[in-house]
Design a protein around this ligand. Structure first.
Ligand code: DON
Length: 566
């Protein structure tokens, strides 16, 4: 299986429609808005809001519904992050990232010659980290849900969709057919995701997931224990021990999601609240926005050569820091305050030439230790209006490692590939890492997921996040810039073509229609190298813009994302 294709399919739409310029208006509503990867999952969230649930209840219901309607990513066999800003002024972030099993070890992805064993961290049972989604979603429900609805009521839409099935779209049928061979590697996956008559799926077919229904019912009844101990845990442990995987019942029982302090920054008059380590997302987002504050962006045209040059230069510096300084904070001392400080950003920015690309070979990680203690944390003031929640979950690449737990009906993740298997050797997203992100038992692999809430005058202004591996951080940043600097409406902002760079490889990756010929020529004359993005489309951003006259939902046209409001 071509690993590039696998990621591609998680991230983008098949339809090569003329996306740009024809983006529809955002969905407008007054009382509530959910934007997610499928219309059925968004509807599940709205249903919960209408029943008296709050944004946390709705986010949890939507996430569980995605486990059914978006099995390629929104799955209980994986993990994720949540950032929330509540009406009473609380904001918090929850890390439910997968964790390396206790038997994991540093060189587990190297062959006897010391080279990275192709595919081991992606397509085998060794690729699986201990799943975190169920623990995280139930924890946040208990701590911050409205308590107006029971766990069973919150899971009801997901259970219904799994038990009764749902009608699949042409787009989803294409995805399932494309992954036919991938599913055939796992009899349990084939039984569910290959049509029983062996024929290709078609729009209008119904996908029923009986085993997943039983698992969800178990979770509804027993809570966390319905997944991390008892029969579901037995099934996961059996799947592992019979196929060379490492996760044991003890690993499952010990898994714990963790509240972490969100990372905070400012960009002009906006405050950014986002996910800190073990995600690199919020930290890099704030570092890059800090550097971009030095640039008069509003005098540069959108996606002009100057704009793309500055974005690329700040991106390569931030991603160089990511590779050297970032990992699970329980195992590695991440110099967070420095990396997100204005002072550090100014010094990093000072190395950027306005008209010449700096080759990545001449860009190194900064030396945050020189700054330690010279910067204070950022403060955010939160008011009492509106709850906002931003959640990103994942299995890593599409359908994770491709193995469904027999009897339990869900795919297992391949998040272990987000560790640095060997210093300097790129992972599936081309990201390199070092000691900070080496495999260790009980450690969480460094993520790029960037669930973010932007505040203005302490009120939520934009809720934003996306899939897309290493491109997540730069996609979130471009959407913020599209809204804040270029005054696009939220639908235009999420649909607009994007560019991306990440230090290594030393290129600017472009989406179709993102860069005109003359801009390309100008950037090349500055020393940049442009290449089409490997998987053609970058991310699928789902965002909500909060304005005086209501809520505006922006669902990315790259996929089947849907905004639903009431
Ligand atoms: O945590 C991360 O950064 C990745 N595992 C996210 C994977 C992803 O976004 C795949 N989507 N296209």
């Amino acid at each position: 299986m071509n690993k590039k294709i696998i990621v591609f399919l998680q991230c983008i739409s098949f339809s090569l429609v003329s996306l740009w310029g024809a983006s529809p208006d955002p969905v407008h509503s007054q009382n509530g808005m959910v934007v997610s990867a499928t219309d059925l999952a968004s509807e599940a969230g709205i249903y919960i809001l209408k029943k008296g649930g709050n944004a946390v209840d709705a986010a949890v219901a939507t996430a569980f519904a995605l486990a059914v309607t978006y099995p390629q990513a929104g799955n209980i066999g994986g993990g994720g992050f949540m950032v929330a800003h509540l009406r009473d002024g609380t904001d918090f972030s929850l890390d439910f990232r997968e964790m390396a099993p206790s038997a994991a070890f540093r060189d587990m992805y190297l062959d006897t010659a010391g080279n990275v064993a192709q595919g081991r961290s992606l397509y085998t049972r060794l690729a699986v980290g201990v799943p975190g989604s169920v623990d995280g979603l139930l924890k946040v429900l208990k701590d911050y849900g409205s308590q107006n609805l029971s766990r069973k009521e919150i899971l009801a839409p997901a259970m219904h969709l799994a038990k009764k099935g749902f009608i699949i779209s042409d787009h989803f049928a294409h995805i399932l057919n494309y992954f036919h061979d991938y599913f055939m590697r796992s009899p349990a996956a084939a039984e569910i995701f290959v049509r029983s008559d062996g024929k290709p799926w078609q729009a209008g077919d119904k996908l029923v997931q009986k085993d997943l229904y039983k698992t969800l019912k178990h979770i509804a009844k027993y809570g966390r224990d319905g997944f991390y101990s008892g029969s579901v845990a037995d099934m996961v442990a059996d799947e592992m021990s019979s196929n060379g995987g490492l996760i044991t019942k003890d690993d499952l029982a010990k898994y714990e999601s963790k509240y972490r302090d969100p990372v905070r920054g400012t960009f002009d008059s906006l405050e950014v609240v986002s996910m800190g380590p073990p995600s690199s997302g919020g930290t890099l987002l704030i570092q890059m926005l800090n550097m971009l504050e030095e640039v008069p962006l509003d005098s540069l045209g959108w996606n002009s050569s100057e704009y793309i040059h500055y974005l690329t230069e700040v991106e390569r510096r931030a991603y160089a820091d990511r590779a050297e300084h970032m990992g699970d904070p329980d195992f590695w001392d991440v110099p967070l305050y420095v990396l997100t400080s204005k002072r550090y950003a100014m010094d990093r920015f000072a190395t950027i030439s306005p008209d010449t690309a700096t080759p990545s070979s001449q860009v190194f990680a900064g030396k945050p230790s020189q700054y330690e203690g010279r910067e204070t944390t950022h403060l955010s003031v939160v008011d009492k209006e509106g709850n906002a929640v931003s959640v990103t979950t994942t299995l890593n690449t599409s359908f994770g490692c491709g193995y469904v737990v027999p009897g339990a009906g869900f795919f297992l993740n391949n998040e272990m590939d987000d560790f640095a298997a060997k210093p300097g050797v790129p992972n599936v997203y081309g990201l390199v890492g070092n000691e900070a992100n080496a495999v260790q038992p009980g450690k969480r692999p460094l993520s790029s997921m960037t669930p973010t809430i932007v505040l203005k005058n302490s009120y939520p202004w934009l809720v934003v996040g996306t899939p897309g591996g290493s491109t997540i951080i730069t996609s979130v940043m471009q959407v913020i810039l599209n809204c804040a600097v270029y005054h696009m409406n939220v639908e235009q902002a999420v649909c607009a073509p994007r560019i991306h760079s990440q230090w290594l490889p030393d290129v600017i990756m472009t989406e179709p229609f993102s860069v005109s010929k003359d801009v390309e020529t100008k950037l090349e004359s500055m020393g940049h190298k442009l290449v089409p993005y490997t998987w053609e489309y970058i991310g699928q951003v789902n965002a909500i813009r909060i304005k005086k006259d209501g809520l505006y939902g922006g669902a990315d046209i790259r996929g089947e994302n849907a905004a639903d409001g009431y």
